[in-house]
Design a protein around this ligand. Structure first.
Ligand code: PEP
Ligand code: MN
Length: 268
C-alpha cells in the first residue's frame, strides 16, 4: 500500500523485532558502537547496554567511511561477532549493508537491515530490499527532502516489504559547529504524512558526545518512536566516531532520563 493510502486509512505501522515493538507509542532505544572492532568489544557492548536496558544492539561492519584510509570495518567477520553477541545477551541486532552481496551474506545474521544516509538514493538496492522480509531502517540522506525520503521508503514498500523505519540523522546546512544539523521537525512532519515509525540518531546529527543527551530528550519530547545512540566501551580508543560516542555510564544516565521523560509525556 502507498504511504499516502496507508496514512489516509490511519493504519499505523508497528514493527515487532523479537518482541521489541517499534512505533507502538513507547520509544525504543538502539545502542552500540559505530563499528564492530573485535569480538571482545562487541560482547562487552552487548552485555552492558542490554543490562542498562537498550532494546536493540547496533554495530557497523561494512563502514562507508569518508576517507578510504580510515578503518573500513570487519565486514563479514564483524557481522558474525555481532550476531553471536546478540544471541548470547538476547538482544536483537542491526547493521548497515551497502551492497546486495553484503545483504545476501548478512541477512540471516541480522534482525534489522540498516540503509545508511549515503545509500538512501541507491534505488536498485532499495528495490532488492523489498524482496526480503526483515525490517529496514532507512536513514535520511544528508540533503534529502522529506518527499525524497518518503519516496525512497516507497521503493522498498512497493517491492513488497512494508516494514520500514525512518531515521533522521541530521542534514547538511551552512552550520559547521556540529557535524550535521538535527532536523527535529522531521518527526511531526513525517508523522503527518506517513504511517511509518521515525527514530532520531543524535550521535551522527551532532558529532559531539556532550550534545547527545539534550538532543535525545528533545527527540522524545517531539514524539520520536526511538533513538539510535553510539556507545562504546572506551570512546577515546574507538576506531570510528569516538568523539560522538558515549561510554556506558553516560549512556546509562541518558537512558534513565529518556525513560523518565517518556513516562511524564504519557501522563500529559
Ligand atoms: C551509521 O549509523 O553507522 C552511519 C554510517 O550513519 P549515517 O549513514 O547516518 O552516516
Ligand atoms: Mn558512526
Amino acid at each position: 500500500m502507498l504511504i499516502k493510502e496507508a496514512k489516509a486509512q490511519n493504519s499505523k505501522t508497528i514493527i515487532d523485532v523479537k518482541g521489541v515493538k517499534i512505533g507502538s507509542g513507547k520509544p525504543i532505544v538502539i545502542a552500540g558502537p559505530c563499528a564492530v572492532e573485535s569480538e571482545e568489544q562487541v560482547f562487552n557492548a552487548a552485555k552492558n547496554l542490554k543490562n542498562i536496558g537498550a532494546d536493540i544492539l547496533r554495530g557497523g561492519c561494512y563502514k562507508p567511511r569518508t576517507s578510504p584510509y580510515s578503518f573500513q570495518g570487519l565486514e563479514d567477520q564483524g557481522i558474525k561477532f555481532l550476531f553471536d553477541a546478540g544471541k548470547k545477551y538476547s538482544i536483537p541486532v542491526i547493521s548497515e549493508v551497502i551492497t546486495l552481496e553484503q545483504l545476501e551474506f548478512a541477512y540471516d545474521y541480522l534482525d534489522i537491515i540498516q540503509i545508511g544516509s549515503r545509500n538512501m538514493y541507491n534505488y536498485p538496492l532499495l528495490k532488492e530490499l523489498g524482496k526480503f522480509d526483515k525490517p529496514v531502517l532507512l536513514k535520511r540522506a544528508f540533503s534529502a527532502t522529506y518527499e525524497e525520503w518518503l519516496l525512497a521508503a516507497e521503493y522498498i514498500i512497493n517491492s513488497g516489504n512494508e516494514e520500514v523505519i525512518l531515521c533522521e540523522r541530521g542534514i547538511r546546512t551552512f552550520e559547521v559547529g556540529t557535524r550535521n544539523t538535527l532536523d527535529i521537525t522531521a518527526v511531526p512532519y513525517i508523522k503527518s504524512k506517513s504511517n511509518l515509525p521515525i527514530i532520531i540518531d543524535p550521535s551522527h546529527a551532532s558529532g559531539l558526545s556532550e550534545f547527545v543527551e539534550p538532543l535525545s530528550l528533545s527527540a522524545i519530547a517531539v514524539g520520536a518512536d526511538g533513538l539510535m545512540i553510539e556507545s562504546h566501551p572506551n570512546p577515546k580508543e574507538a576506531l570510528c566516531d569516538g568523539r560522538q560516542s558515549l561510554n556506558f555510564d553516560e549512556f546509562e544516565r541518558l537512558f534513565n532520563k529518556v525513560k523518565k521523560l517518556s513516562t511524564v509525556l504519557e501522563q500529559l
